[in-house]
Design a protein around this ligand. Structure first.
Ligand SMILES: Nc1nc2c(ncn2[C@@H]2O[C@H](COP(=O)(O)OP(=O)(O)OP(=O)(O)O)[C@@H](O)[C@H]2O)c(=O)[nH]1
Ligand SMILES: [Mg+2]
Length: 304
């Protein structure tokens, strides 16, 4: 049975690192996991390259637009059942550009429409993603019209440098940066992306595994569900209001085992590379990165 599970997320959200670590768990069979794989065919050169960097403690390069790779894995479950899944390594940049322009490349459009389930990545070390109200107010105050209207008394004094030569600075009002949709916070972009998916197949209820990546940077007294509700409030509210479209689970995953290069020495001491990785949530075994994929594949509503 062939399934397409999509890995989505904005740039630098941890997608490629997860794929590299998943490759190790699947191929080495060193840790207890839901699946293993016996081989990677030629088309998996990209996977091998990612995996080599991961094994040698190198951070991965950003996946560039046009460098996306549509990877497929031949999975074997513990009970011997076989399945083929596509788990593409998409560039966060191209996903983001599609979301903000509304122009989806054909391949991505079709994959969004037809995918069985989605692994959605958001990096826990990117905590404060929204623009705070006081920042908006600072921008408004710094806008040219507001500043020009203000009396010059205060600014004149500060514009007199120590060498006594006056500068033009006080007369040049600071200009707020132009709005760019690309720079919008992560959450509205993700909500927009998910809405596009549901618009493509409104009657379909899909499984969505939210992956909180870099989980090693989070205080372990908090659960993935709690962290998600506290730090991704907009996304959490959207999903709560759209239960008819999305069946959601939240997992915390450390695919790198720590931050590089800082934690390299500690990670080098771990003999089995698969033991660098960890996952928390929904009873997943400690190193079983396949757990969310298994859950996505068991969707009772079946393939699209
Ligand atoms: N601490 C920590 N950092 C991680 C982990 N996984 C990924 N990172 C860091 O997150 C950054 C982005 O990781 P990538 O896997 O390249 O992210 P991506 O989503 O593929 O990014 P694009 O290719 O730009 O779409 C890198 O600097 C990684 O080192 C992790 O488990 N722990
Ligand atoms: Mg990448």
């Amino acid at each position: 049975m062939e399934q397409v599970q999509l890995i989505l997320g904005m740039p630098s959200s941890g997608k490629s690192t997860f794929i590299a670590a998943l490759g190790e768990v699947l191929m080495s069979d060193d840790v207890e996991s839901s699946f293993k794989t016996e081989f990677l065919d030629d088309a998996q050169k990209h996977m091998v390259a990612l995996h080599d960097r991961w094994l040698t403690f190198q951070e991965l390069d950003r996946t560039k637009t046009g460098q996306e790779n549509w990877l497929s894995f031949h999975l074997i479950a513990r009970d011997g059942t076989r399945a083929l899944i596509q788990l593409p390594d998409l560039s966060g940049e191209s996903i983001r550009d599609a979301v903000v322009t509304g122009l989806y490349p054909n391949e991505l459009h079709d994959a969004l429409a037809d995918c069985n389930g989605i692994l959605l990545f958001t990096k826990t070390s990117t905590k404060f993603d929204d623009v705070l109200l006081y920042e908006v107010s600072d921008l408004i105050q710094a806008s040219p019209t507001e500043t020009a209207a203000e009396p010059a008394a205060e600014t004149t004094a500060s514009s007199q440098p120590e060498d006594g030569k006056p500068t033009n600075d006080a007369k040049t009002p600071p200009v707020a940066p132009r709005f760019s949709a690309q720079d919008m916070p992560e959450q509205p972009k993700i909500v927009q992306l998910l809405q596009t998916v549901t618009d493509l197949r409104p009657a379909k209820r899909r499984r969505l595994a939210i992956i909180l990546s870099a989980w090693d940077t989070v205080d372990d007294s908090v659960t993935p569900d709690e962290w998600f509700d506290q730090n991704r409030t907009m996304l959490a509210q959207y999903l709560e209001s759209n239960e008819s479209h999305w069946d959601v689970r939240v997992y915390g995953i450390s695919a790198q085992g720590g931050s590089l290069p800082r934690d390299k020495k500690r990670l080098q001491k771990i003999i089995k590379p698969s033991e660098r990785v960890s996952i928390v949530g929904h009873g997943a075994l400690t190193h079983d990165l396949c757990a969310p994929i298994k859950w996505l594949m068991q969707n009772p509503s079946g393939p699209v």
